[in-house]
Design a protein around this ligand. Structure first.
Ligand code: HEM
Length: 508
């Protein structure tokens, strides 16, 4: 029998390493089991959830330009409150007015925050109104936005800006129509006008067309890159997010180049004894009290320009598409405008009397809410909703479009029918302040984070639509062609095929 050489180093070495390895594994295994039993958090009772793939969950299935529609399809199988595992995070999706009311009204203290998106740290952080976590900082900057920009008295005070920009709008449309056989593309005109008005509101200054193009390019790109990124779901990927960080910083640099000289000018010119005249003035006043950094001010201006432009401009495009499709609705709207104005140019004070105009815009907002699931909410602590656990770092989506197009709530939801809003039902005043039924129609969101720009956005939409319909008759470019109502999510929901329309100057 061969003798075993117990002195041979390699064998001894191998054995002891092996032993140490086995013991370590065993210790780790036992601690894992023990920690599972004794120290792990209790298992969460999450809302029902579709299956996904390891690590990524349902991320690939639900991201992209059709997210809003996919989420409605999932609700058909999983119900009005379900969860989606996306990377390491959970999305909670709510598609019913009652559950939304329970969260945003009855449990507002908990559901009124925002998720801590890591990708935002690559830009200005959680320092704008829409991204700020629930608390005193958010309260302070939101109050300033409302009192200085979007309150009724401020909106009224900005009327001269709107007049100037509307005159330009008509000139631009006339020019394009003349050049293009009376055919215009609707969205760019709406975007240009709303954007110019908002720039005026921020800076009390008119920008030239070149500056507007440059800024518009920056802000359009911002909307894309400020949407949640992979690092928001799998934080480990932040080590590989250099490209995103670099692009955010480049865009911030371009904003700085355009805005900082104007902000500095405001600082020099501002008479400290007079109230703030525009948004920039108000932010300068607020700077000390709220410890605003230079980047915070850039971010706050940027959010008014982006948040206020694409929402309103896309709403106008979708509404116009429906008016082109339904000439009888367009004619009824025109008749109302002429009845109220007696044929002279629409004045802002007359808009309130135009009940059909309000119904048309409401129907546009119902059928095509610009932000189909609002802005993602966060919770301030782990909580319960309808008996299910909502984890502390969950992202909560209240699916406005699902509620506003639910066939169990709305008769013929696919039909564009402004009549449904003519009875002045207070439940449909878009404030969500009349109990669960009023949550059936919340295009501006509801609760404490409801859109602070509602007043301003509606004023723009009503005025621009009334002026356009009073001056032009809009019709299909080719009478035999159907309008393509296909949609895609690009911050706001846009028409995949931008609306082109034939315009004819009305005779009186
Ligand atoms: C038709 C036009 C508009 C629509 C449909 C719209 C819609 C919305 C929606 C759905 C939300 C999310 C509410 C939530 O989180 O629950 C929101 C938030 C917000 N909107 Fe608007 N919006 C419009 C115009 C404007 C305008 C003109 C401004 C700028 C003055 C603006 C600024 C904001 C801001 C700052 C927030 C974040 C509020 C917060 O987090 O406290 N929006 N908007």
């Amino acid at each position: 029998m061969a003798e075993v050489d117990t002195t041979s180093e390699p064998t001894v070495g191998f054995s002891s390493t092996y032993l140490v390895g086995v013991v370590t594994c065993a210790v780790l295994f036992v601690s894992l089991i023990l920690s599972k039993f004794f120290f792990s958090k209790p298992k969460l009772h999450l809302p029902p959830m579709p299956k996904g793939i390891p690590l990524f969950g349902t991320m690939f299935k639900t991201r992209g330009p059709k997210t809003h529609n996919i989420l409605i399809e999932i609700a058909k199988e999983f119900g009005p409150l379900y969860a989606l595992k996306t990377g390491l995070k959970y999305f909670i999706v709510v598609t019913s007015p009652e559950v939304t009311f329970e969260a945003l009204s009855k449990n507002a203290q908990v559901f009124s925050s925002r998720p801590k998106l890591l990708s935002r740290l690559n830009f200005t952080g959680w320092r704008s109104v829409n991204s700020a976590l629930y608390g005193d900082y958010w309260r302070g900057i939101r109050k300033n936005l409302v009192t200085q920009v979007t309150s009724s008295s401020k909106v009224a005070a900005f009327a001269p800006f709107r007049e100037e920009e509307l005159a330009t709008l008509m000139e631009r449309i006339d020019r394009e129509a003349k050049k293009n056989d009376n055919v215009i593309t609707v969205l760019p005109h709406c975007r240009f006008t709303v954007f110019s008005i908002l720039l005026h509101v921020c800076f009390s200054k008119r920008f030239n067309a070149e500056e507007i193009e440059e800024l518009d390019g920056i802000l359009k790109r911002l909307l894309i890159i400020l949407a949640p990124q992979v690092i928001d779901f799998i934080p480990f990927f932040q080590w590989f997010s250099k490209k995103h960080r670099d692009e955010c910083q480049t865009l911030l640099g371009r904003m700085r180049k355009m805005f900082t000289p104007l902000i500095d000018e405001h600082r020099v010119m501002r008479d400290k004894n007079t109230p703030a005249l525009d948004y920039v003035d108000s932010l300068i006043v607020l700077q000390k009290e709220m410890f605003l950094q230079e980047t915070d001010i850039l971010g706050l201006i940027g959010e008014v320009l982006t948040g206020g432009t694409d929402t309103t401009a896309n709403l106008l495009e979708w509404t116009m598409a429906n008016l082109v499709k339904h000439p009888e609705i367009q004619q009824r709207l025109y008749n109302e405008i002429q009845d109220v104005t007696g044929g002279s140019i629409v004045q802002e004070a007359q808009l309130e009397k135009m009940k059909y105009l309000h119904a048309v815009i409401k129907e546009g907002l119902r059928k095509h809410p610009p932000l189909p699931f609002g802005i993602t909410h966060g919770v301030t602590q782990q909580t319960k909703l309808r008996g299910y656990d909502i984890p502390e770092d969950a992202m909560v989506l209240f699916h406005i479009q699902a509620m506003q197009n639910d066939p169990t709530i709305w008769k013929d939801p696919d039909v564009f029918n402004p009549e449904r809003f003519l009875n002045n039902d207070p439940n449909y005043d878009m404030t969500g302040s009349h109990g669960p039924k009023s949550y059936e129609f919340i295009p501006f969101g509801a609760g404490r984070r409801i859109c602070p720009g509602m007043n301003l956005g509606l004023t723009h939409a009503h005025l621009i639509l009334a002026r356009l319909i009073q001056r032009y008759e809009f019709s299909k470019v080719n009478p035999n062609e159907e309008i393509d109502f296909d949609d895609a999510l690009r911050f706001a929901v846009v028409m995949v095929t931008p609306l082109k329309a034939r315009v004819k100057l009305r005779s009186s």
